[in-house]
Write a protein that binds this ligand. Sequence first.
Ligand code: 5AD
Ligand code: SF4
Length: 433
Amino acid sequence: MKKLFIETLGCAMNSRDSEHIIAELNRKEKYDLTTTLGDADLIIINTCSVREKPVAKLFSEIGVFKKKRKNGAKIGVCGCTASHLGKEIIKRAPVVDFVLGARNVSKINDVVSQRHAVEIDTDFDESSYDFASYRSNPFKAMVNISIGCDKQCSFCIVPATRGEEISIPKELIVQEITKAVSTGAKEVMLLGQNVNNYGRRFTSPDEKCDFVQLLRAISAISGLERIRFTSPHPLHMDNEFLEEFASNPKISKQIHVPLQSGSTMLLKAMKRGYTKEWFLNRCQKIRTLCPEASISTDIIVGFPAESDEDFADTMDVLERVRFDQLFSFKYSPRPHTDAAEYEQQVDPTIASERLTALQARHTEILDEIMDTYLDTIHQVYFDELKPNNKIAGRSDDGKLVFVEGSEELLGQIVAVKITKVSRGALDGIVIGE
Ligand code: 5AD
Ligand code: SF4
């Protein structure tokens, strides 16, 4: 059997694309996955282009692949950087055999057999394509509900790499989840660039369904216990959606609310479509409707023209919302984006200082939050064996929990009492069903 080495960078959407690539390749020819580069007959890197660093890393990585690969092994570049650099990749690194864009995953079997094939059509419509099945974790399923993005956030390259937003028909989503449940998944992660904008555009004009209706249809699937989704957009967090989030018992009480900046002026320059007040109001609404929910966020520091006052607004939101998880980034100018042309780029030293201050304060808040978990009881879904008789799972609100135990716990949701807390995870003991 041939061997496949696949490296996945970036977001959950990319992880799902990698699963699709593996499944589609296996439809035609069986591949064994390997983590040893030198054993692989096919080497694929599924790239991210949201910031500049991973793009620079790509070419050094291709150099390593070239050196370490076994004789005759093919190299493919997929994902967002493939979409925006296209044939430029082969020009700079002729060792690359094929380039496949983030919106062309279903064409993997076409490109793999052609020398120097480039498929990067961002208008390509895969919304009804019936991908073959493969899951990296048998207990959980990732399922795309939409592809592409219609927002034009001024910092973001994604609309240029993944194209315009198209929703996947409800019936296909329900079918896919039903199948996943019948093969052992109790949890689904719904994926889209703006999940709560679901239904904005379908390929067929007769199709109609919004995100709340989709959530209700999915929760009717018997055997499915937990529904998660990423990422929702704060702009589309209307009361109906938040009420459904809070009241539907199958929806896990963990929500990502990407802030980007706490300054209304910067939010405008970012073209985010909401203000600081709207963001705080939505988080307050979540806290009121669902006090047990954990809230995570994304923040960019050093966006063009960010002043001390703008940054103070971001710190103020951090202080008020007290996020359970923070993904924070220094602004990185990207091609095909408006903000890359803005004149007042921020001094990188100042941006670094702001990032450090933001992360330091978040860490203090997080330590206080984690302390409150001691001696509390959570329903934990166990999905991964760890060394030293440990087994890992997630609480409903998304915290990583370890207990001592064996594989009998895999795929089970059981009550756990938390006995030890740390910044990144909780330890506990199983106390029952
Ligand atoms: N620079 C820095 N961070 C960015 N993100 C998106 N584009 C950029 C950029 N140009 C961040 C946003 C987004 C997350 C996925 O990546 O915070 O929510
Ligand atoms: Fe990028 Fe904005 Fe779309 Fe998110 S919503 S993918 S930040 S353009």
